[in-house]
Design a protein around this ligand. Structure first.
Ligand SMILES: Cc1cc2nc3c(=O)[nH]c(=O)nc-3n(C[C@H](O)[C@H](O)[C@H](O)COP(=O)(O)OP(=O)(O)OC[C@H]3O[C@@H](n4cnc5c(N)ncnc54)[C@H](O)[C@@H]3O)c2cc1C
Length: 540
């Protein structure tokens, strides 16, 4: 497991990998060693002491100018916190919208990937795809910003026992869609049966008293639904082949799958992803699309954002910062007392900047995860009517990886399903296909699970994040050695230039990382401003 951690891994890949090799203990140990466990997250989320306007007034520093590069979550949150405290903020954003990776695609959304053809989304009114972030864990600071900004939330169904596992080339259970609840109940049942046997062997006497063994056996019997002989023969946990009903219908419980078939299928290796700290239910999404969050922040910053402004140079001056950008074919400059740069490292590495060689080296050394999504609009919600799946996701070892059923619009007619959300080589392979080939490939794989997939299909929109201009990747993917060798440098300001963004956090690939890194940059700038005498810094 440690060998794997030395390699570049994304959070998701990492959890998948440790889940495969070592189960829950390995996940815990690995997360602990990377500082991904919850304790520190709660501490950092609650320890933010927002800069106060009264501090600036007392220090006679109202109106210090901070130029912010990028209007994603980190840039918007920085501008929001600083402007509340009396700073003069301005955001320069290359795109014509806020949000960055927080991007909700609706009918009419246009995108041209790097070296790619243009796509225009054809989703009907009310239908949408969250092309980037789609779910928010309860403990993330993102929830606090939603509360403060009045962003309405609803439950995002991240785990649904009614959805399927579907594996290919994985033994006798291959090419069969199997409800998640069946595989989970059967695995727990067989493991409970084995543990009950082990618990009653004398070797365990050293660790457990006879009363402990009795209690453990009682727990395993209940958890695995074992019969009076402590055998697993199936249970209602796994569902019914005929549901219980009124009158003379007691229901029929299905026969369990064979344990060695489940083990060969590898389906049990997916369980741990649902237990991982950031993936546990309940999870949430903003009503109407994830971009409600950047839109709410944007509404707090009227006149403070210049769109279509592409940063070309980031410079330090004697007492501040100077940024060169192009807008509508013209080159312009903006100076400030400070600059917060939230441009992803994958893009920043190609922008000339007054950084130390050590910083430049750190910026170009960090890999970004490859990831992609496709959304399908279907004429009818057959997953609800034919399969009785209300949200959640089907998991497969095909290169579509997952199918996500929408957590909004239940029981209505149409719906937008995520037809793949994949990572690593699968994302590269599908991303390298033409738009039409991606659609065909993902439809063909999904049709192995849902018979109505092709007949109900209406239109699609796909995103290969490594080919999206101004991002060129999903999220920063730090190896253990990157965290040791480069991460501390990235966290150090360069003169009056501060970096912020999800890449400046231990929550890469989450909006909370962007929010919390913005809070750090804002705090550092505020503390520095209060410390410096008025004569030292020229007010911009
Ligand atoms: C596929 C996917 C799924 C995800 N799922 C989740 C999820 O479920 N939940 C969750 O919380 N998070 C999720 N995330 C992570 C989340 O989207 C990010 O962590 C967060 O949005 C990053 O915000 P940021 O401000 O750091 O960067 P960005 O959003 O990338 O913002 C950077 C900004 O800089 C701008 N910019 C770039 N270059 C220039 C330039 N030269 N000049 C001017 N401006 C420039 C960009 O246009 C952009 O607006 C997901 C991300 C992806 C890609």
């Amino acid at each position: 497991m440690t060998g794997k951690l030395d390699k570049v891994v994304t959070r998701r890949d990492f959890l998948n990998q440790v889940g495969k090799v070592g189960g829950a203990v390995a996940v815990y140990g690995a997360m602990d060693s990377l500082g991904l466990l919850g304790g520190s997250m709660f501490a950092s989320a609650s320890s933010f002491n927002a800069p106060k306007k009264s501090d600036l007034v007392m220090a006679n520093k109202i109106g210090k100018k901070v130029v912010i590069l990028g209007a994603g979550i980190a840039g918007l949150a920085s501008a929001y916190e600083l402007s509340k405290a009396g700073y003069d903020v301005h955001i320069l954003e290359a795109r014509d919208r806020t949000g960055g990776r927080n991007w909700t695609v609706r009918g009419g959304t246009e995108e041209t990937e790097i070296n790619g053809v243009k796509q225009v989304a054809k989703f009907e009114k009310g239908q949408y795809m969250n092309a980037g972030p789609a779910r928010i864990p309860q403990h993330h600071v993102t929830i606090d910003y939603c509360r403060e900004l009045g962003v309405e939330l609803e439950v995002f169904t991240n785990a649904n026992e009614a959805a399927y596992y579907y594996q290919e080339n994985a033994g006798p259970l291959s090419n069969t869609k199997i409800r998640k609840r069946e595989i989970k109940a059967d695995t727990r049942g067989y493991v409970a049966e084995l543990l009950t046997k082990a618990a009653n062997q004398t070797s365990l006497d050293e660790n457990l008293t006879s009363q402990d063994i009795e209690r453990l056996t009682a727990y395993l019997t209940r958890d695995g639904a074992l019969n009076s002989s402590k055998k697993y023969t199936g249970s209602s946990y796994r569902g019914y082949t005929e549901l219980p009903g009124a009158g003379l219908k007691p229901g029929t419980i299905g026969a369990p799958h064979k344990f060695n078939h489940i083990l060969e299928s590898g389906m049990m290796n997916y369980f741990s992803s649902e237990y991982s700290f950031d993936q546990q239910m309940l999870m949430f999404q903003p009503v109407g699309g994830m971009d409600s969050i950047p839109k709410a922040l944007e509404a707090k910053l009227p006149g403070k954002i210049t769109f279509g402004a592409e940063i070309q140079e980031i410079r330090q001056t004697a007492d501040g910062t100077r940024v060169v950008y192009t807008i509508k074919g013209k080159t312009k400059e903006m100076t400030g007392d400070y600059c917060i740069c939230t441009i992803p490292l994958s893009v920043l590495k190609n922008i000339p900047a007054d950084f130390t060689p050590e910083m430049n080296n750190a910026i170009k050394s960090i890999n970004y995860a490859t990831t992609g999504k496709i959304a399908f609009q279907f004429k009818n919600r057959f997953w609800e009517t034919e399969d009785r799946i209300m949200g959640g996701m089907t998991t497969t070892n095909m290169d579509i990886n997952q199918i996500w059923y929408p957590s909004y619009g239940y029981l209505s007619k149409k719906g937008v399903v995520i037809g793949y959300y994949n990572f690593g080589q699968a994302a590269v392979n599908l991303g390298n296909m033409s738009i039409a080939q991606r659609e065909k490939h993902a439809l063909a794989q999904g049709a192995k699970i849902h018979k109505s997939y092709t007949s109900e299909f209406e239109n699609s929109f796909s995103v290969a994040w490594h080919k999206i201009k101004y991002n060129e990747g999903g999220w920063a993917s730090y190896s253990a050695s990157d965290l040791k060798n480069y991460y501390p440098t990235l966290n150090e300001p360069q003169g009056r230039i501060y970096l912020a963004g999800e890449h400046l956090s231990y929550m890469t690939g989450w909006m909370s990382g962007a929010f919390e890194s913005a809070r750090i940059a804002v705090t550092q700038i505020h503390e520095r401003t209060l410390k410096e005498t008025n004569t030292k810094v020229k007010v911009g």
